[in-house]
Design a protein around this ligand. Structure first.
Ligand SMILES: NC(=O)c1ccc[n+]([C@@H]2O[C@H](COP(=O)([O-])OP(=O)(O)OC[C@H]3O[C@@H](n4cnc5c(N)ncnc54)[C@H](O)[C@@H]3O)[C@@H](O)[C@H]2O)c1
Length: 276
């Protein structure tokens, strides 16, 4: 019997092999959750073409998850599009009868630039996915959770970037700080409905997104990716970079009864790399 038996979860940005979303869906499924995994559907301009999930990849990820167990639903949903968000939540409720857990995981972070050279389009593209998206998903998931009663869990995948700055990533850093602000305000508003809202703040994980960051910063420093990662490991008290599974386990904890009294938190999952 899993810890989340009978619960229904929707995870955004989960249609990519090796991403945090895939690991979160897998852990939720292992704990008995019925899971709707969603992703953008098709690559879009200004988002790092070649680094964004596709419907075909999402279907492959879903097929892998179905081997774990309970029902898995795969849905294209661009988190920036309110009509798509509403339709996806309605589809989840039509299929599973309810929605108990939302994990706002979709995010982009490939648009590197010093502030003095950053095009406004970069800024807006990152904000739209990383802040507008979680706002829209929270708005409509919360409406469903309140209407059905019985509380709920909302988890925002923020980042170490929600706690500290980093050069050439101003939009990403500002977006993740903003996501923590959304977390705290939603926790205030939704507490009376028994809905907890928390953020998880992972440090570096070499996913598709993480790999692009490794290449960029290694090139900037004139070192190899392996040297860059070795330098990073030296700054992490637990001596390794993060794994998708680390974030997935934190999400399951926040969804479990053990976290009933935790809301409005921005929890580091960083091997000690981030401590505030
Ligand atoms: N990898 C890291 O080092 C790291 C560290 C901390 C936080 N994060 C955060 O974790 C989350 C997952 O990132 P990841 O590292 O697994 O990268 P990833 O690229 O594998 O996953 C991001 C997913 O978001 C999807 N996506 C992008 N725009 C979307 C949109 N408009 N609508 C729906 N889906 C969209 C992508 O298709 C992709 O599947 C992100 O929010 C990221 O900022 C990552």
């Amino acid at each position: 019997m899993g810890m989340l038996e009978g619960k229904v979860a929707l995870v955004t940005g989960a249609g990519r092999h090796g991403g945090l979303g895939q690991a979160i869906c897998a852990r939720l499924a292992v704990e008995g959750c019925r899971v709707a995994l969603t992703d953008i559907g098709e690559p879009q301009p200004l988002m790092g073409v070649g680094h964004i999930g596709s419907s075909a990849e999402m279907e492959q990820v879903a097929a892998g998850l179905r081997e774990i167990g309970p029902e898995i639903l795969a849905l294209p949903m661009d988190v920036r599009d309110e009509a798509q968000v509403e339709a996806a939540i309605a589809a989840v409720v039509a299929r599973f009868g309810r929605l108990d857990i939302l994990v706002n995981n979709a995010g982009i972070g490939y648009l590197f630039s010093p502030i003095m050279e950053m095009p406004v389009d970069f800024w807006k593209a990152v904000m739209d996915v990383n802040v507008l998206g979680p706002f829209l998903c929270t708005k409509h998931a919360a409406r469903q959770m309140v209407a059905q009663g019985g509380g709920g869990r909302i988890i925002n995948i923020a980042s170490q970037a929600a706690k500290s700055g980093h050069p050439h990533l101003a939009a990403y850093i500002a977006s993740k700080h903003g996501l923590v602000g959304l977390t705290r305000t939603a926790a205030l508003e939704l507490g009376k409905h028994g809905i907890t809202v928390n953020a998880v703040c992972p440090n570096h994980v070499t996913t598709g997104l993480g790999a692009v960051q490794n290449e960029y910063y290694a090139k900037q420093a004139g070192i190899t990716v392996e040297e860059y990662l070795a330098n990073m490991r030296r700054g992490i008290p637990l001596g390794r970079v993060g794994l998708p599974e680390d974030t997935a386990k934190a999400c399951v904890f926040l969804c479990s009864a053990a976290a009933d009294y935790i809301t409005g938190e921005a929890m580091n999952v960083s091997g000690g790399a981030e401590m505030h």
